[in-house]
Design a protein around this ligand. Structure first.
Ligand code: NAD
Length: 346
């Protein structure tokens, strides 16, 4: 058998979620092809360390792993990857992430999240991929205040360009699913955190500041609520979705169209822990784990931010018989343990 028979292609493998997913799927015996453009939106060394870690695990356990530095906007190079490896499943995690940065550099969102996404899904069509999974975001709920957020709600009031690109991904996926029968599953992630996390997100920004006696900026005067979702739970959802391509919803009623399913093989799911945490409680838990008090600077709400997120995950539970469940106390403990070790070595 060819070493790279039936691989799973993961885009954005040097990223937080992509790295954790690649490791887990490799350990579960899958062949993984990873691509990432290693852009400098945040510390490139962290991205390289993640790739090195996957490589180390793959080498010691003799697992089937290959990485290429490729940008998903580069249609020619991307097509070559599909031609060489003929993946059976494609998981698109590569994107310009982050809500706040979309006000500073909107073009990068159009390039990675729209042009790049189009190139990925177009190759999925050309190479007749059996299961396409892609990252959407809780940000699509935008100005919606109907909490907890349900996939059945309309999401037509985005408050950031990032959210617009993610909602557009869902719409593009539906058209490909309908026109070409491409099974497409969109996962709306809710504030993912954990070891190897992102330096632009609160757990790392705050831990770093607390450890170094620097002030932390707390927006909306601390009156924010987030449905924090632990990385291992997100990975479990992704692994289960690998074995369950989207199907047509036989009960779909076009007169009362449910946005989460379709007459096409198309599904959308919230991926959240459904245990929203108040920001001030989150900071208290970080202080406890870091072992130091935070110096807090309260600030008004930032443009593009939503005040509260909370996921209804009933549909996900019905679909894969699993929902994220790691308590924030435990998740933050694991995160801070990792962060202390990682930051002392780097
Ligand atoms: N982490 C979260 O809380 C969260 C929440 C909602 C949605 N998401 C989505 O999940 C996915 C993964 O997020 P993450 O937290 O791992 O982010 P991340 O930034 O750590 O990972 C994304 C990776 O994609 C790569 N990338 C970006 N543009 C690319 C391009 N054009 N071509 C190739 N590679 C490119 C980056 O270099 C990075 O390594 C993203 O689509 C993100 O929008 C994440």
């Amino acid at each position: 058998m060819n070493k790279f028979d039936d691989p799973i292609l993961i885009t954005g493998t040097a990223g937080f979620i992509g790295h954790a997913l690649a490791k887990e799927l490799l350990i579960r015996g899958e062949t993984i092809i990873g691509i990432d453009n290693l852009n400098d939106y945040y510390d490139v060394n962290l991205k390289i360390s993640r790739i090195e870690e996957i490589k180390k695990i793959a080498n010691t356990m003799n697992l089937k792993w290959k990485f290429h530095k490729v940008s998903i906007e580069d249609s020619l190079k991307l097509k070559k990857i599909f031609e060489i490896y003929q993946p059976k499943i494609v998981i698109n995690l590569a994107a310009q992430a982050g809500v706040r940065y979309s006000l500073k550099n909107p073009k990068s969102y159009i390039e990675s999240n729209l042009t790049g996404f189009f190139n990925v899904i177009e190759n999925c069509r050309l190479f007749k991929i059996k299961n396409f999974i892609y990252a959407s975001s809780s940000s699509v709920y935008g100005g919606n205040r109907n909490l907890p957020y349900s996939e059945k709600n309309e999401v037509n009031h985005p408050v950031s360009l990032y959210a617009v690109t993610k909602k557009s991904n869902e719409l593009i996926a539906h058209s490909y699913s309908h026109l070409y029968g491409l099974p497409a599953t969109g996962l709306r992630f809710f504030t993912v955190y954990g070891p190897w996390g992102r330096p632009d997100m609160a757990p790392m920004i705050f831990s770093n500041a607390i450890l170094n006696d620097l002030p932390i900026e707390v927006y909306n005067y601390g009156k924010m609520i987030r449905d924090f979702t632990y990385i291992d739970d997100v990975v479990e959802v992704l692994c289960r979705c690998c074995h369950k391509p989207a199907t047509i919803d036989e009960k779909f009623d076009p007169k009362i169209p449910n946005p989460s399913s379709s007459f096409a093989p198309y599904r959308l799911f919230n991926v959240g822990c459904s245990k929203p945490v108040n920001l001030m409680r989150f900071i208290k838990l970080l202080e406890k784990n870091v072992g130091k008090k935070a110096r807090i600077k309260f600030k008004p709400l930032q443009d593009g931010d939503v005040i509260e997120t909370s996921a209804n995950t009933d549909l996900l539970n019905d679909w894969i018989d699993y929902v994220p469940n790691t308590e924030i106390e435990l998740g933050l403990k694991y995160f801070v343990e990792w962060y202390k070790k990682f930051s002392s070595q780097n």
